[in-house]
Ligand binder design. Structure first.
Ligand code: FES
Ligand code: FE2
Length: 413
């Protein structure tokens, strides 16, 4: 791109299209087919009551429901008979009945009844409603929307079990923008110092206002960022994981870093699920210590500034994640960016995603889709007492080495 100069808006106004390979999610698109190779959250169990839930996932209109037998189904929204939306359907002991002419579909899409047809009609045997297999984890319903013969096992991260904590359904909130910029944010720890502290007031703790030394490392699960801050004689190391294609996890933003303490791993696990190219719903599970005394409703609240729940005037003065991410345009345009040293994590994340997309296009399994056993992750806060080194430059090296040392085993990977 041509370099700008003073008062050169005229030459800098063109907006090229977004990267189609990384940002289009509909059926048949390279990224859409990549994301479909992984189990994706579609709804919380708490949303499935007496009526079905309409959902838009990866550009497909779906209905999620619980039949009265307690089984969960994810079906294409429009009835295979003449297209009426199954959001108006009636959950039965087995399956879902369309409101219009009473046809019934089982959770696997099988047609069970066509009650208006003559006795002995075998029409049912030829009709299938589009259906996707489901899996439930801690009150979150996942669907697998990829080719049936490539369905992977449900992945098991070590963060699903944290001693003394209970994995609970947490927040769900939607951003009016593309999924990738929502995920870029997860490997961009320097924003926690600026957006969440220095530019718009302390949103978490004062310690976040210290600009961290940054490192990023590939892991078996994906990658981590390591943000290491010098606070007097203390060193605070904060580690967060990104697990491809669209999962990340982080600790609660409550670290004050006022005393040394062992690694703490209470965390949020967050999936950024594209509804379509320009809308993304975050689904969260939370590891909750019962001693905190939170109700299920409290755990389900989005964190500060994560959703569009504040008035515009307030968001303008005290912008937070929702505002920063969704205002990068409906789909962020990579060709206009000026990536900096602090964006190394974003570059690595996009590389993992692009490699995965290209693997799927070649007919291979993308990284992260087929993993056996429990997958180790590293999200944690740890504060250690280490006096500053003699010079600022030496101290930076010390911070980076300290950061790497807490991500156990990563050096050998
Ligand atoms: S449109 Fe669904 S039963 Fe007729
Ligand atoms: Fe943030």
């Amino acid at each position: 791109m041509r370099a700008g100069r003073a008062f050169d808006g005229y030459h800098l106004r063109d907006v090229p299209p977004p990267d189609p390979e990384l940002t289009r999610v509909g059926p048949g698109t390279p990224c859409g087919e990549y994301l479909r190779r992984f189990w994706q959250p579609v709804a919380f169990v708490r949303e499935l009551g007496e009526t079905p839930l309409r959902a838009r996932i990866l550009g497909e209109d779906l209905v999620v429901f619980r039949d009265r037998g307690g089984r969960t189904g994810v079906l294409h929204l429009h009835c295979a008979h003449r297209g009426t939306s199954l959001e108006y359907g009636i959950p039965l002991e087995r399956g879902l009945r369309c409101c219009y002419h009473g046809w019934v579909f089982d959770v696997d899409g099988r047609c069970l009844e066509t009650p208006g047809e003559p006795a002995g009609s075998r029409l049912c045997e030829r009709v299938w409603q589009g259906a996707y297999p489901t899996h439930e984890l801690a009150g979150l319903v996942f669907a697998y929307m990829g080719p049936p013969e490539r369905r992977p096992p449900f992945p098991h991260y070590d963060s699903y079990e944290v001693p003394g904590h209970t994995l609970m359904p947490a927040a769900k909130f939607t951003l009016p923008c593309n999924w990738l910029q929502v995920k870029d944010n997860s490997m961009d720890p320097v924003h926690t110092a600026f957006l969440h502290a220095l530019s718009s007031g302390y949103q978490f703790t004062a310690a976040f206002g210290v600009v961290p030394e940054l490192d990023w490392v590939l892991t078996d699960a994906g990658m981590v960022y390591i943000a290491t801050r010098r606070i007097g004689d203390l060193v605070w190391v904060r580690v967060c994981d990104f697990m491809p294609p669209n999962v990340h996890q982080f600790t609660r933003e409550i670290e004050e870093a006022t005393a040394a303490k062992p690694a703490s791993r209470p965390l949020i696990i967050r999936w950024a699920v594209p509804n379509d190219d320009t809308h993304t719903t975050n689904f969260e599970l939370a590891q909750v210590d019962p001693a905190w005394g939170f109700t299920a409703e409290q755990v389900a609240q989005p964190g500060f500034g994560q959703s569009e729940d504040r008035p515009y005037a307030e968001r303008q003065r005290f912008p937070a994640d929702f505002d920063a991410q969704s205002s990068q345009r409906p789909i962020a345009v990579h060709a206009l960016e000026h990536l900096a040293s602090t964006d190394r994590g974003v570059i690595m994340l996009r590389r993992i995603v692009r490699d995965g997309i290209q693997a799927v296009a070649r007919g291979d399994d993308p990284f992260g889709v087929r993993v056996d056993g429990t997958i180790p992750t590293f999200t944690q806060d740890v504060v250690v007492e280490i006096p500053p080194a003699a010079s600022a430059e030496e101290d930076k090296k010390l911070l980076r080495a300290t950061g790497r040392s807490v991500v156990k085993g990563v050096e050998e990977r």
